[in-house]
Design a protein around this ligand. Structure first.
Ligand code: SAM
Length: 173
């Protein structure tokens, strides 16, 4: 499948189209990031559990690396609920800075899907959390996000085949 190029918002696209593009892109980017970091042993961080679909995908396809979930209120599908000792409960604006001491720059893969329906609010939040996420990523690690992020030292990567431009972003340290 060839990667499709879209402008961030197209008047021709329905909300269903946008949702499908986001889901397809999340899976393509997560699969790519899992493969690219397969030689690494550091933990994987899932920022925003929600229903737990992407958490479930990560756990299903992970090669033994622990997956820690950052979430303010766990309300996931029972099949996608992480063990308590792998949940870092609270607002990421507090838990990310607190985790730097515990984990250092060790994460092999960080996935963030923290946004809601308000694009402007999501962008403001992405600007705020980018410098909190950056110190947790190991050299060579990848960060996958549903929103554009604002990192100082990470490089934005081209999207893998099957992902839709603007619906997902990948960064490497
Ligand atoms: N990727 C998930 C899935 O596949 O089911 C969906 C994630 S959902 C869009 C976003 C999640 O991020 C929500 O569960 C919300 O509670 C969480 N979240 C949003 N802002 C947060 C914050 N500041 N701190 C912690 N969790 C947050």
């Amino acid at each position: 499948m060839v990667s499709r190029r879209y402008f961030p918002v197209s008047e021709n696209q329905s909300r269903l189209d946008l949702f499908i593009d986001r889901m397809v892109s999340q899976r393509a980017c997560l699969d790519y990031a899992i493969r690219q970091t397969a030689g690494m042993t550091g933990p994987v961080f899932e920022l925003g559990l929600g229903n737990g679909r992407t958490y479930h995908h990560l756990v299903q396809h992970m090669d033994g690396r622990p997956v820690y979930v950052f979430e303010r209120a766990v309300a996931s599908h029972p099949d996608s609920t992480p063990p308590e000792d792998h949940v870092i409960l609270g607002d990421v604006r507090d838990t990310l800075p607190a985790s730097v001491e515990r984990f250092g720059a060790s994460a092999s893969l960080i996935h963030a899907d923290l946004g809601g329906h308000n694009r402007e609010k999501n962008d403001k939040f992405a600007r705020f959390v980018s410098p909190l996420i950056e110190p947790l990523l190991a050299p060579g690690g990848l960060m996958v996000s549903s929103d554009r992020m604002y990192f100082e030292g990470l490089t934005e990567m081209p999207l893998p085949e099957g992902a839709v431009e603007g619906r997902c972003f990948i960064y490497r340290r």
